[in-house]
Ligand binder design. Structure first.
Ligand code: MD3
Ligand code: FE
Length: 211
């Protein structure tokens, strides 16, 4: 890649698809992000966290940053340490922080200071059930998500679980910002179906202000 090329494609448009929900298509070259994820996973391995009823999520997760999201038989929480190692989560790479802040700023959130980055890994068939993200202290802060690798079908709901879901493909390099009333929308990801010749795995970063 051209070393003089800008880090982010700042010319490209930030589209508001619903109140507080912004899409920045093909915002970032994901190859360097994937290299960072691989490094993080050497310290804090991907694992299938336990959810209610002794089940495990099909999505594998890790974290970086001061706080990491965890799920166990006793519920969801943010913790400073990886329960597998008792060590602090790997630090958030400066390039991750810069990306999250640039995306938030493009959507009009100027002072986003994420202190948690949840890293999801989807293999073929992995899915994320429809949920709300409400474990963070200040729901006035947005969430920034970054899609890497295989295309997934995202499901966007409303503020009530009963509302119908809209499908939206998420492509490699797409960055989404969720603020305002969209911060509490229900959402999920359908079972991953990698396409022939494309990447067989998807990663997703979600930057959050947890505390
Ligand atoms: C809408 N991740 O980690 S990213 C999650 O692709 C999560 O791995 C999905 O849902 C994934 O919690 C979806 C898009 C996304 C992320 C956070 C949101 C949409 C959101 C928070 C509020 C509303
Ligand atoms: Fe979510």
């Amino acid at each position: 890649m051209d070393p003089q090329a800008p880090l982010f494609d700042t010319d490209q448009t930030c589209v508001e698809l619903a109140e507080g929900f912004f899409m920045l298509s093909a915002f970032i070259d994901t190859a360097p992000l994937l290299a960072q994820i691989e490094l993080i996973a050497t310290e804090a391995m991907f694992r299938h966290m336990q959810v209610g009823g002794g089940k495990h999520m099909s999505v594998a997760m890790s974290n970086c940053g001061p706080w990491g999201w965890t799920s166990s038989s006793s519920g969801y929480q943010y913790s400073h340490t990886d329960p597998l190692t008792q060590r602090p989560w790997p630090s958030m790479p400066p390039s991750f922080m810069a990306l999250a802040q640039a995306a938030a700023a493009a959507a009009g959130f100027d002072d986003f200071e994420p202190d948690a980055c949840l890293i999801n890994r989807y293999a073929r068939g992995a899915a994320l059930g429809v949920h709300q993200d409400r474990d963070e202290r200040d729901l006035g802060q947005p969430i920034v998500s970054v899609s890497i690798g295989a295309t997934a079908t995202f499901q966007l709901g409303g503020l009530k679980r009963s509302e119908s879901l809209r499908s939206l493909p998420l492509h490699d390099g797409d960055v989404l910002v969720w603020g305002g009333p969209s911060r509490l929308r229900f959402h999920g990801v359908k079972a991953l179906k990698p396409t022939a010749g494309g990447p067989d795995t998807r990663h997703n970063l979600t930057f959050r202000k947890a505390k």
